[in-house]
Design a binder for this molecule. Structure first.
Ligand SMILES: NC(=O)c1ccc[n+]([C@@H]2O[C@H](COP(=O)([O-])OP(=O)(O)OC[C@H]3O[C@@H](n4cnc5c(N)ncnc54)[C@H](OP(=O)(O)O)[C@@H]3O)[C@@H](O)[C@H]2O)c1
Length: 251
């Protein structure tokens, strides 16, 4: 795979889809800068991947902070060379009807879904331009579908789709920018939606019923598409694409 030897930043690397992306990238020989706030998760992952051909560098940082992301990218570059791939995956889901949705949750989702990709892209921009890099934003089908009772999450993901298309045009031809739109994927995200256990169970049942392939996706099924879109051999002529990996949920 042409990701071998690349230096790739993955945000939200400690769990779920980001963790699976780090595993696949390290197995394929990439050097991965793993960003997240919970440092222990990143070190544990690094230990687990020690025997893989690539390398994982734990970079504790909050993607909402430009200075923390810049410091993380600087440390990665000093150790592994210029960044040629970025995976903007960090995310937060707070679901509530609009009557009761919290504005501080909205601010937090904007910080991680919007400020995060902006901070990370900017920190890596000179290297991505110089080396014809690729960016993959992990959005959601929620950015494309109506999202009753979780409209604020959907709105922040619609903004990620907009950034993806605008950046694809603005940064071409030097940098490719694409997004993955996952459907429901079994990750720790469902343990922390701001809902009661019963509400979460009802939501999961509704998501299952509206997914034609009849099951939740697994993190590695999304991670494979992330690595494909980073790979110039496979995706060198693809930019601005919003790729659903969703068990058919958007059909
Ligand atoms: N699971 C699904 O059904 C689904 C569906 C569609 C889209 N997605 C998207 O997929 C992406 C990955 O989510 P997931 O399902 O894998 O959930 P997850 O396991 O909860 O992963 C989210 C990761 O983001 C990190 N994160 C959150 N805020 C951060 C911040 N401010 N700075 C740095 N890292 C931060 C978290 O780590 P720390 O807390 O340690 O920082 C966590 O590792 C998200 O963008 C999510 O919206 C998921």
């Amino acid at each position: 795979m042409s990701v071998s030897g690349k230096t790739v930043v993955v945000t939200g690397a400690g769990s779920g889809i980001g963790r699976a992306a780090c595993e696949l990238l390290c197995r394929a020989g990439a050097r991965v800068g793993a960003i997240g706030r919970r440092e222990k998760l990143l070190h544990t992952l690094g230990d687990e991947l020690r025997t893989e051909p690539g390398e994982l560098v734990a970079l504790p940082a909050d993607v909402g902070s430009a200075s923390e992301v810049e410091a993380a990218v600087r440390a990665l570059t000093e150790r592994c060379g210029p960044v040629t791939g970025v995976v903007n995956n960090a995310g937060l889901a707070r679901f509530a009807p609009i009557d009761s949705a919290s504005l501080s949750d909205l601010d937090a989702m904007f910080a991680v879904h919007l400020r995060g990709p902006v901070n990370t892209l900017r920190a890596c921009l000179p290297a991505l331009r110089a080396h014809r890099g690729a960016v993959v934003n992990v959005s959601s089908v929620g950015g494309a579908l109506a999202m009753p009772n979780r409209s604020l999450y959907g709105a922040t993901k619609a903004a990620v789709n907009s950034l993806t298309r605008s950046w694809a045009r603005e940064l071409a031809p030097r940098i490719r920018v694409n997004a993955i739109l996952p459907g429901p994927v079994d990750t720790p995200m469902y343990a922390d939606l701001g809902l009661t256990d019963t509400q979460t169970e009802t939501l999961r049942a509704d998501l299952l019923a509206s997914t034609p392939l009849g099951r939740f996706g697994e993190p590695h099924e999304v991670a494979r598409w992330i690595t494909l879109l980073l790979d110039d051999d496979m995706s060198g002529w693809i930019t601005g694409a919003l790729v659903p990996v969703d068990g058919g949920r958007t059909t």
